[in-house]
Design a protein around this ligand. Structure first.
Ligand code: NAD
Length: 487
């Protein structure tokens, strides 16, 4: 079996404990992973704190930090085929997606490399003649980055890139489900030449996560995962009062009006829900379709869903691979059963196939006459689309916003005026109009409500890893007058 190591304070090491990682396509163990204990996490945080305060890192100019990030971007690009194969093997995400996504991850590091020396302070036109006042943008300190299994390289790039550009140091915890690509990525961080302790990468479960979230030396917790875990993290951060940024799940509406190009919308909906086997936070998992085009649109979706090539994730022709874990498949089956009981109707899919691996087929549930079905409220995090119809624009907007989440939304219409009205009314961090699932390092991304807070991507994310220091400098040589008069 393959073996992976932690990367702490510039050293590769076996963990004090180990576990076996399963190949989701076969369900069989394929690699031995280290499992971080609270003591190892503590050591990594102390290394990050040392690197933040002393040593070469704080002495580097922002331009020099940017150059390290450029080097890392080039290494990621060169290693993309190896990283993609590892992510596919350990998480079941299909090779078609991991190859394309990891090549694009290099662009995130490039974007933040270029941004490192553009994080500027400010000079204030202060209302006192003998004072100069300016603001310094300084890094917050040690960042604890915690990511889920899906798209680990991507979800860590949107944290590491801005945090390192801002001058922070990082302890990154890979998910205990499928950590291989991130543990391997540590070799690239090492090769790029980041000083020891600046980036530490380990894996572990809730114990490691709790230590990271409550540690007194952690200044910012950047988390992607589910809302329940986020609640644990926020409670744990009552100890260190660290700042949190939370990228959580969604139940994103995909709205199709009767004037939409139905063929384009169907293609966008299929990729919006079945890509990544539905294990995507922005999955367009609630289809709201205007009643007059429901049959025509559902017929297209059903035909496409049934034609999807399901199979081994390492084959280029595969379009839907296995789920990451058996636990995930069980959860999806349970939620479908509860929804059928509540009156939802199965249009296609719904049954795990016989045989090895954690496979689940593209599934469509018609909830038009079951508006209280849990399928419309709870996140599947799997290839399951829940459908509901509407008659008017007002009803579409009310249904779209009838969720505790608020991450993404998609809108298909030819009417420019209606698109603008909907954009204004939708309660979501992202609105895609006549497209879906487009992302870029230049565009901020994040949600409201149960989908979390904070933004990743763009300049906003880099500023989020800084704090403002206000400097007052008196320019007068005259003695300070009456000490009891406030100036
Ligand atoms: P999860 O919340 O179970 O786990 C995420 C991470 O948190 C893992 O690394 C896990 O080890 C860690 N963790 C577990 N318990 C912890 C604790 N008590 N304290 C600190 N850390 C702890 O999420 P998951 O099931 O692995 O991933 C699926 C969820 O992630 C879905 O809800 C999905 O929507 C969300 N997600 C969101 C985005 C986004 O950008 N908004 C992207 C991808 C996934």
């Amino acid at each position: 079996m393959d073996r992976f190591q932690h990367y702490i304070d510039g050293q590769f090491e076996d963990g004090s404990d180990q576990f076996e990682s399963l190949d989701p396509a076969t369900g069989a163990p394929w690699a031995v992973m280290p499992m971080a204990s609270a003591a190892e996490v503590d050591r990594a945080i102390k290394a990050a704190d040392r690197a933040f305060r002393t040593g070469p890192w704080p002495a580097l100019t922002a331009t020099a930090r940017g150059k390290l990030l450029y080097r890392l971007a080039d290494l990621v690009q060169a290693a993309a085929p190896r990283l993609a194969a590892l992510e596919t093997r350990d998480t079941g995400k299909i090779i078609r997606e991991t190859s394309a996504q990891i090549a694009y991850v290099a662009e995130y590091y490039r974007y933040y490399a270029g941004l490192a020396d553009k994080i500027e302070g400010a000079h204030l036109p202060i209302d006192k003649p003998d004072m100069e006042v300016w603001l310094r943008r300084e890094p917050v300190g040690v960042v604890a980055a915690i990511v889920p299994w899906n798209s680990q390289l991507f979800l860590s790039a949107v944290k590491l890139g801005p945090a390192l550009a801002a001058g922070c140091t990082v302890v990154l915890k890979a998910s205990e489900d499928g950590p291989a690509p991130l543990l391997d990525f540590a070799r690239l961080v090492h090769e790029a030449g980041f000083p020891p302790g600046v980036v530490n990468i380990l894996t572990g479960g809730p114990e490691a996560g709790r230590t990271l979230s409550s540690h007194p030396l952690v200044a910012h917790i950047a988390f992607t995962g589910g809302p329940d875990t986020a609640r644990h993290i926020v409670r744990a951060s009552a100890d260190n009062l660290a700042k949190t940024s939370l990228e959580l799940g969604g139940k994103s509406p995909f709205i199709v009006f009767d004037d939409a190009d139905l063929d384009s919308a169907a293609n966008a909906q299929v990729s919006g829900i079945f890509a990544a086997t539905g294990q995507s936070c922005v999955a367009g998992s609630r289809l709201l379709v205007q009643e007059s085009v429901k049959d025509a649109f559902l017929a297209r979706l059903k035909a496409k869903a049934e034609a999807v090539a399901i199979g081994a994730p390492d084959r280029m022709e595969t379009e839907v691979g296995p789920l990451c874990t058996a636990r995930q498949r069980d959860r999806i089956e349970g939620l479908i059963a509860r929804s059928l009981k509540a009156g939802a109707r199965l249009v296609t899919g719904g049954q795990s196939p016989e045989g090895a691996g954690f496979f689940f087929p593209p599934t469509i549930l018609d909830c038009s006459t079951a508006r209280h079905a849990p399928a419309l409220a709870e996140e599947f995090f799997g290839p399951v689309l829940s459908v509901v119809t509407f008659r008017t624009e007002e009803e579409a907007l009310a249904l779209a916003n009838d969720t505790a989440f608020g991450l993404a939304s998609g809108l298909f219409t030819q009417s420019l005026t209606r698109a603008h009205r909907m954009i204004r009314g939708l309660r979501a961090g992202v609105v895609w109009v006549n497209t879906y699932r487009a992302v870029s390092p230049i565009a901020p991304f994040g949600g409201h409500g149960l989908s979390g807070h904070g933004r990743e991507g763009g300049m906003a994310a880099a500023l989020d890893y800084t704090t403002v220091k206000t400097v007052w400098l008196r320019t007068s040589d005259a003695p300070i007058p009456d000490p009891f008069v406030m100036r």
